[in-house]
Design a protein around this ligand. Structure first.
Ligand SMILES: C[S@@+](CC[C@H](N)C(=O)[O-])C[C@H]1O[C@@H](n2cnc3c(N)ncnc32)[C@H](O)[C@@H]1O
Length: 228
C-alpha cells in the first residue's frame, strides 16, 4: 500500500482534545516497557542530572510516565502544535510533584535552537509518521543527543493493504469517536514500513547502532545508542 502523508501538526483544539482524551494505555505501556528493558543507562537516571527530551510530545502522557519512573530526571517536551501543548500543560499542572522537572517547548522540527548534543535520552512516540521528510527526525537525534545517548522511537507501521487498515480499526478503535477513527486511519496510511525505516537509518548513518524491530501488530520501534 502506497504511503499517504497526513498534516504534520495536530493543531486544532478539537483534534488535540480528542487525542488527549483517547485511551493510549496499551501503546504507552509498551513504550515504557521497551524503555525499561533496553535503556542501558537507566540506573543513571535515578540520580540528579539526567536530561531527556520527548519529540512530538503531544499531551505529554509519555513525559509524565517517564518522570514517574525516573523522578530525578528532567524532561524537555517538544511539540509544534500550541493546542497539544495546552493539553500537555493541563496534564502537568495536575502532577504537582513532577511538573518542575518538565519543560514544555513549542518548536517544529528541525529546530537548531533546541540545543546541540546535550541530551542523554531521546524519546519519540508516534511522531515519525507525521513527518513529510522522515530524515528530520533522524537528523534531530544527531543534533540533540550527546554521543552515546540512548534513543527510543516508536511508531505505527503501515499495513500492506487497505483491508488491514480497516481490520486494525475494527480491533482497536471500534468504539472511539469518529475524529479519532479518522486520525487512526490516516496515521496507519501515513506510517512507514520497517524496511523503509531501516533505509532511513542507513541514509542517516545510524544503522550500525540503532535497530528497527516490529513490537506489535501495528507498531515498530527503533532503539539503541547514538554513535560515540
Ligand atoms: C500522534 S501525536 C503523538 C503524541 C505523543 N508523542 C504520544 O505518544 O501520544 C504526534 C505529535 O507530533 C507533533 N508534530 C508533528 N510534526 C511535528 C514537527 N515537525 N515538530 C514538532 N512536533 C510535531 C504533532 O503536533 C502531534 O502533537
Amino acid at each position: 500500500m502506497q504511503r499517504r502523508p497526513e498534516p504534520e501538526l495536530m493543531d486544532t483544539p478539537e483534534q488535540a482534545e480528542a487525542y488527549a482524551r483517547a485511551d493510549f494505555r496499551n501503546s504507552n505501556d509498551l513504550f515504557m516497557r521497551l524503555l525499561d528493558q533496553h535503556w542501558p543507562e537507566r540506573g543513571m537516571a535515578r540520580r540528579e542530572g539526567c536530561k531527556a527530551i520527548d519529540l512530538g510530545c503531544g499531551p505529554a502522557d509519555i513525559v509524565l510516565r517517564f518522570l514517574r519512573a525516573w523522578p530525578k530526571a528532567e524532561c524537555t517536551a517538544v511539540d509544534g502544535a500550541a493546542a497539544m501543548l495546552a493539553e500537555a500543560q493541563r496534564l502537568l499542572d495536575a502532577a504537582e510533584d513532577l511538573k518542575t522537572h518538565a519543560r514544555l517547548v513549542q518548536a517544529t522540527l528541525p529546530d537548531p535552537s533546541l540545543g546541540q548534543q546535550c541530551f542523554d535520552l531521546i524519546l519519540s512516540n508516534s511522531l515519525l509518521h507525521h513527518l513529510h521528510q522522515p530524515e528530520v527526525l533522524w537528523d534531530s537525534l544527531r543534533q540533540l543527543g550527546r554521543p552515546g545517548a540512548f534513543v527510543l522511537v516508536m511508531d505505527l507501521m503501515r499495513p500492506p493493504e487497505p483491508s488491514w487498515v480497516e481490520a486494525l480499526l475494527q480491533t482497536y478503535a471500534a468504539k472511539e469517536p469518529e475524529v479519532l477513527r479518522a486520525d487512526f486511519r490516516h496515521s496507519l496510511r501515513a506510517a512507514f514500513e520497517p524496511a523503509e525505516v531501516q533505509a532511513q537509518l542507513r541514509a542517516a548513518g545510524l544503522a550500525d547502532t540503532l535497530e528497527v524491530r516490529v513490537v506489535s501488530d501495528r507498531h515498530l520501534a527503533v532503539w539503541g545508542q547514538l554513535p560515540e
